[in-house]
Write a protein that binds this ligand. Structure first.
Ligand code: GLN
Length: 475
């Protein structure tokens, strides 16, 4: 039995039945990492010793008759923008190459209560800016399903680790699609929870009003388990909601009878890959056969989502990234005076995409342009939020593509940022509206590339997403 190929819930059963040990699982995953990291490059840091130590602790707990959480002994990859105490957290940026956080993000603290095994910090686009993981300051990650293609991004390392069995589960972050799009490119499940459902404390900020941490897993059951472990209010994040957290595993039911599913016509626009479109339409028919009703709906301001996102996100990023000045964090490159030092540090150590966004953001926020760009983008954001409010009067959940194409070739779009930004057309509206979304594998192209669909839910209604996703997965 290749333990690294199993899901967390399967491994948990074997662990509590004492058929296997946490050390065996961890070794299986570490062996797989040794074997395939050269070709895939999912990780920035592999925490081998730390992982084996944690695994021995879990085995001791089991031997002592103590109970372990469902994620106890399960190898997990953590996106490298989530702070891990004592473990380097670089955001895939040269500017944070030597940064070792003195504290754990809240999600890590919560996970530790369940004793999963952190096997490493996953590669990403620098500061989560990108959709291909090609913007990493260190190396490119390859899609395990086709090594010439990108794994998506920015959580490409997390998705590639899970898809290649170099981790059983992973955490990613999603500001404009960064969990869902890589999940769909790599053929795994990825969920962006409602804004505020999961604490952002210790997530290195990209665009604070959009960022959200979420699970990347092999199946919907594992997604529910990881969400159970990380969701909930946190005093350290004032934007986290006080709404009670349900047990998401209760939603793992085959049951969509009477569920009203909306297909937004604007999400099937020109430029969409025909095989992707066909796959989503097939999924809609499947749902109909399973007892759901399908209705075409309209989200009329979808066309403006990319423009609004690519003003709001860079504006917030420009502000958030001011802290990397060579003084407070990370690496410093000296200069003749303090201004020169900051200029040298930021010029040499930020990548091209990060610089582009800092410039766009500062431009949009500057006097004279603020009203024309930033403020207008905020108004568009409200219109997009209202589109969803209207739509959810008629339907319970919205079904759409996760991305307009399957995984593209490495290098294909890197010199054309606008083309790359258009990739996010189906994912950014949810972030602007703060809504939850899940990407679930729903087919393959004729050449064998994975295709994912996206289910979009009402705020804080992750339960319906999990139920609908599980029903489809089990069919
Ligand atoms: N691709 C989008 C961007 O480049 C989304 C990134 C993300 O969700 N972190 O901003």
């Amino acid at each position: 039995m290749e333990l690294n190929k199993l899901t967390a819930h399967e491994l948990h059963q074997l662990l509590i039945d004492k058929k296997i040990s946490a050390v065996e699982i961890t070794n299986a995953v570490l062996d797989r990492i040794d074997q395939s990291e050269k070709s895939i490059g999912a990780y920035i840091t592999v925490t081998r010793e730390h992982a084996l130590d944690s695994a021995r602790t879990v085995d001791k707990k089991i031997a002592d008759g103590q109970s372990i959480g469902v994620l106890g002994g399960i190898p997990i990859a953590i996106k490298d923008n989530i702070c891990t105490k004592g473990i380097k957290t670089t955001c895939a940026s040269k500017i944070l190459e030597n940064f070792v956080p003195p504290y754990d993000a809240t999600v890590i603290q919560k996970l530790r209560a369940e004793n999963p095994i952190i096997v490493g910090k996953a590669n990403m686009d620098e500061f989560a800016m990108g959709g291909s993981t090609e913007n990493s300051g260190f190396h490119v990650t390859h899609n395990p399903r086709d090594l010439e293609r990108v794994p998506g991004g920015s959580s490409g390392g997390s998705a590639a680790a899970v898809a290649s069995d170099e981790a059983i589960i992973a955490l990613g972050s999603d500001t404009g699609g960064s969990i869902r799009q890589p999940a769909s490119f790599c053929g795994v499940v990825g969920m962006k929870p409602t804004y505020g459902r999961v604490s952002r404390y210790g997530l290195v900020a990209y665009a604070s009003s959009l960022d959200q941490i979420g699970p990347i897993t092999k199946d919907v059951t594992d997604c529910a388990h990881v969400l159970n472990a990380i969701a909930g209010h946190d005093d350290m994040d004032s934007t986290s909601t006080a709404a009670p957290v349900p047990d998401y595993t209760q939603s793992l039911r085959v049951d969509v009878k009477g569920l009203k599913i909306g297909l937004p016509k604007e999400y099937f626009a020109a430029g969409m890959d025909s095989e992707v479109e066909q796959s989503i339409r097939n999924a809609a028919s499947e749902y109909e056969k399973l007892g759901a009703t399908i209705k075409t709906i309209s989200l009329p301001h979808t066309d403006y989502a990319i423009s609004a996102y690519y003003l709001i996100a860079p504006a917030e990023a420009a502000t958030n990234l001011e802290r990397y000045d060579g003084v407070s964090y990370g690496v410093r490159i000296d200069g003749v005076d303090v201004v020169d030092m900051m200029k040298n540090t930021r010029t040499a150590l930020f990548g091209a995409e990060v610089k582009r966004r800092i410039m766009i953001g500062n431009y949009a926020l500057s006097a004279g342009y603020y009203d024309a760009y930033y403020l207008k983008a905020l108004k568009v954001r409200t219109l997009i939020q209202n589109d969803f409010v209207e739509a959810f009067k008629d339907v319970d959940v919205i079904l759409a593509p996760t991305a307009p194409t399957p995984a593209f070739k490495i290098g294909e779009m890197i010199d054309d940022p606008l083309k790359m930004y258009l990739q996010d057309v189906c994912t950014v509206p949810l972030n602007l509206a703060g809504l939850p979304g899940i990407s679930v594998p729903c087919g393959e192209t004729s050449t064998g590339l994975p295709i994912g669909f996206q289910l979009i839910g009402r705020a804080l209604d992750e339960e319906t997403l999990i139920r609908a996703a599980y029903t489809f997965e089990q069919r």
